[in-house]
Design a protein around this ligand. Structure first.
Ligand code: MG
Length: 382
């Protein structure tokens, strides 16, 4: 059997390094054609020396010479500069693009990979949030072109195997509730960056951890599910499930609910995106059924988590609103991480941006990029 040849965009981040763990588990099935990193040349050099990819790209050129000095495996072609990414995405040798870039930067590579006929394993949910309308034509109702790495969407995909789309009543996306699940509105006014970065169940990058704390992440995931599975907003529901054991559910017309469960471990959705529709073995921690377990569910509190509601409003408005939502949120999260603004100002900046920026041009990659720039500029100064 031919090995699946991978391009990992963002190989030094949380999803990227765990993808390489999967490659280590299945060297007979997977091979690394190329890896890319933004600035982390040290980790990139270690990965080159271990996995011997054909190419490696460092986007930020500042430390390119240090990368060159640190690489001992000299058969890897070392590239630098953002413009080289497109050449890798469309390279004939690539079967699957793992897109684990952070934020809007992942959008262009997603569309380039899909239009080049590649399978895309998508951890960059922002691609779908911003450009779902442009990506949707590539999906064709099949799930083998764009496979979600997000744990909730992977769970839904796993529930849908063997089912007909027409029999779905509702998708039910679970949310851990993040570190502020039990905080009062008064307490949330005092929330610090340190508090927000303490996610109870998942160990992830800083951007998504803050998005979990504001529950913007869940709003983005509803939008992601809307495009991936082609269902209207009113048939997608979110529910808080603090144990993060049920990763999401599907309710069918006959009242039956299917859930996908397991201890939180991102390697499973990553591997499933690569093995789909097959399953491969994966050594992992298991639920201990000899102990009492409690699974609880509660509704999302829109008053305490306005970002979730803003995301629903944006997808309901359609057009450029999700792009404005995403761009202003990315800037607000950056500003919160730098302690320029408070936790509750994150949602205020997103709300103001949504009501301030309007655009009625026909949707295109270029016009989305223009709106993204405009929303960022606005969110930086308010
Ligand atoms: Mg998720």
């Amino acid at each position: 059997m031919n090995k699946q040849s991978l391009l990992i965009l963002g190989s030094t981040g949380s999803i990227g390094t765990q993808t390489l763990d999967i490659v280590r588990e299945h060297p007979d099935k997977l091979e690394v054609f190329a890896i890319t990193a933004h600035t982390n040349w040290e980790t990139l050099a270690k990965q080159i020396n271990e996995f011997h990819p054909t190419y490696a790209l460092l986007v930020d050129e500042t430390h390119f010479s240090r990368l060159r000095d640190a690489v001992t495996h000299t058969d890897t072609g070392l590239l630098c500069g953002k413009e080289k990414m497109n050449d890798l995405v469309t390279a004939e040798e690539v079967d699957t693009v793992i897109n684990s870039l952070v934020g809007f930067s992942g959008f262009r590579p997603s569309i380039a990979a899909l239009s080049a006929g590649k399978k895309v394993a998508l951890a960059n949910k922002e691609s779908l949030v911003v450009g779902g309308e442009l990506l949707a034509p590539y999906l064709n109702g099949n799930y083998d072109r764009l496979i979600p790495i997000d744990s909730e969407h992977s769970a839904i995909l796993q529930c849908l195997v063997g089912e007909e789309l027409r029999n779905i009543e509702k998708l039910i996306i679970t949310a851990s509730g993040g570190p502020f699940r039990t905080w009062s509105r008064k307490q949330l006014r005092q929330a610090t960056v340190r508090d927000a970065l303490k996610h109870p169940n998942w160990d992830m990058g800083a951007k998504i951890t803050i998005d979990s704390a504001t529950m913007m992440n869940k709003g983005l995931e509803v939008i992601e599910a809307h495009w991936l599975f082609g269902l209207p907003l009113e048939r997608i529901e979110a529910v808080v499930h603090p144990q993060s054991i049920v990763h999401s559910m599907v309710l069918f017309h006959d009242g039956s609910i299917k859930a996908q469960m397991g201890l939180p471990d991102m390697r499973l959705p990553i591997q499933y995106a690569l093995s789909f529709p097959d399953r491969w073995p994966l050594p992992s921690r298991q639920i201990d059924w000899s102990k009492a377990q409690e699974l609880t569910f509660e509704p999302v509190d829109l008053e305490r988590f306005p970002c979730f509601d803003l995301a629903l409003q944006a997808i309901d408005a359609g057009g450029y609103a999700p792009a404005v939502l995403n761009a202003s949120n990315e800037v607000a999260v950056e500003r919160f991480l730098k302690e320029e603004i408070s936790y509750i100002q994150v949602s205020e900046i997103v709300a103001k941006s949504l009501s301030h920026i309007r655009n009625t041009d026909t949707l295109s990659v270029e016009s989305l990029e223009a709106v993204d720039r405009e929303a960022r500029a606005y969110a930086r100064i308010i």
